[in-house]
Design a binder for this molecule. Structure first.
Ligand SMILES: [Zn+2]
Length: 466
């Protein structure tokens, strides 16, 4: 009883502070999700201001979908918090480190090969989390997404995909980690600058090769066929001097019927990628079997979405152009560059603090490393546990910033004269993806990287402010 946390040795204080903070964040987020579920449960009728944009059938469907998703994330969140706590309390990290050590001894290597032991440790740790995460991701894909009509994968495709992802991740993670550990080891007093430069270089290389060499391992990319849409996209890019080199369609429909669009590339070599599920004329979801009831007119930018047929997924050409207007707005307004600068400044700050903290033995003792201070373990403890309060604050600030950027990109598309097309695209995409248009204010403030649908429509001027 009488012994308070401040009477404990410093390493115990660190340990319990980390554990306590983790549960504080967990309980805070569980409370926010509870508030959001309360909103899903109580908002059973379409609110009046949404009458024009959502029918009651879609509203109910999206309500049930989001409720299922939220319940699922309650259980998966509880599981992962409990798992993380048990790993810390039972000394899972030093146990795995020693296990990696015994694997080494069996192959005839001693503990002086710290980098090799780190790689064995990392492989064991990623294997462990792949296996414990698998049932959750199977349940999410084949029960929840399936039930609500989004899943397009077979179990075979899913498992092959998971194995492929694991192998590709290891192929990148292991060499990068060993080089990073090596740089920290030989870098001297300014190792943190070299380590930061190295991670900067790695992220630039990954961004450069990702689309050409990594993404095609998982999905089919095909050039957008010649036609009106392609010409329109090229004209629009030219009008704002966007250095477009190629437009691709990715076969997202193989995985799920969720839709998206993005662009990538450095400097003068930009490509646009459209999900086939985004394109009304292209989506296999519109082609399967029965002819669609009542096809919409080609040029339907001005009519109300209520009149749209229920089963047709995706956007028409002018809506796709409006979505791209928004995406190109992100580029024109320098949002990518700003995000890269912020994340690199953050990474530099973290490496500098790491340099200050890595010599503190009590940090290692706190997590069960009494006589050795492996660098990889130091990286884990400091970046993941010690920085966690800072990481929470940073991620909240980035979420707020992201919402600002979204409004600015919307305003950019509006400036291109695409406000009404963007509105109807947002409404359609919200419907296709079963987004629920009502949110608890605290939940959305904490979690939403994009502003709620109604706020975006209001800002675009399609819904009158009261
Ligand atoms: Zn955006």
């Amino acid at each position: 009883m009488g012994e308070g946390i401040f009477d404990l040795p410093v390493e115990k204080q660190i340990f319990y502070a980390v554990l306590g903070f983790s549960w504080t964040v967990y309980l805070w987020e569980a409370y926010l999700s509870y508030r959001q579920r309360r909103t899903y449960r109580s908002t059973t009728q379409v609110p009046e201001e949404l009458w024009k944009i959502m029918d009651s059938e879609t509203f109910e469907k999206s309500r049930l979908y989001q409720l299922d998703k939220s319940n699922f994330s309650f259980w998966s969140g509880l599981y992962s918090e409990t798992e993380g706590t048990l790993i810390l309390l039972l000394g899972g990290i030093p146990f795995l480190w020693d296990a990696a050590g015994s694997v080494m001894i069996r192959t005839g290597l001693g503990s002086e090969y710290e980098i090799t032991q780190s790689l064995v440790f990392l492989t064991l740790a990623t294997l462990f989390s792949a296996f414990t995460g698998l049932p959750w991701s199977v349940y999410n894909t084949f029960i929840i997404e399936e039930k609500h009509g989004f899943n397009q994968q077979t179990l075979g495709f899913f498992l092959k995909d998971t194995v492929k992802k694991f192998i590709v991740t290891q192929c990148i993670l292991l060499p990068v980690t060993s080089l990073l550990l090596y740089i920290i080891k030989i870098g001297g007093d300014y190792f943190f600058i070299y380590a930061w430069l190295f991670t900067l270089a790695v992220s630039l290389v990954l961004v450069t090769i990702y689309a050409d060499y990594i993404a095609p391992l998982f999905d089919k990319f095909a050039p957008l066929p010649e036609g009106e849409l392609k010409t329109d996209i090229e004209d629009m890019s030219k009008s704002i001097s966007f250095p477009l080199t190629k437009v691709y369609v990715v076969e997202g429909s193989k995985r799920s019927s969720h839709s998206n669009a993005y662009f990538y590339g450095f400097f003068k070599n930009k490509r646009i990628v459209l999900f086939d599920t985004l394109l009304e004329d292209y989506s296999p979801l519109n082609k399967s079997g029965e002819p669609q009831p009542e096809q919409p007119e080609r040029e339907d930018t001005s009519d109300e979405s209520k009149a749209k047929p229920k089963n047709k997924k995706g956007c028409n050409n002018s809506e796709i152009l409006a979505v791209l207007g928004h995406e190109l707005g992100h580029w024109k307004l320098g949002h990518m560059v700003k995000n890269i600068v912020i994340s690199q400044m953050n990474s530099f700050l973290c490496f500098s603090l790491f340099a200050v903290l890595i010599g503190r033995k009590e940090l290692f003792v706190a997590f069960g490393f009494n006589d050795s201070q492996p660098t990889l373990i130091g990286l884990m403890i400091i970046f993941q546990f010690i920085f966690s309060p800072y990481n929470e604050v940073l991620s909240f600030c980035l979420t707020v910033l992201s919402r600002r950027f979204e409004f600015q990109a919307d305003a950019f598309a509006r400036g291109m004269g695409k406000a009404s097309e963007l509105c109807s695209a947002l409404i359609k995409l919200n419907k296709d993806n079963l987004g629920f248009p009502v949110a608890d204010w605290l939940f959305s403030m904490w979690h939403y990287s994009h502003p709620p649908l109604l706020e975006r429509l209001r800002a675009l001027g399609s819904i009158k402010q009261d």
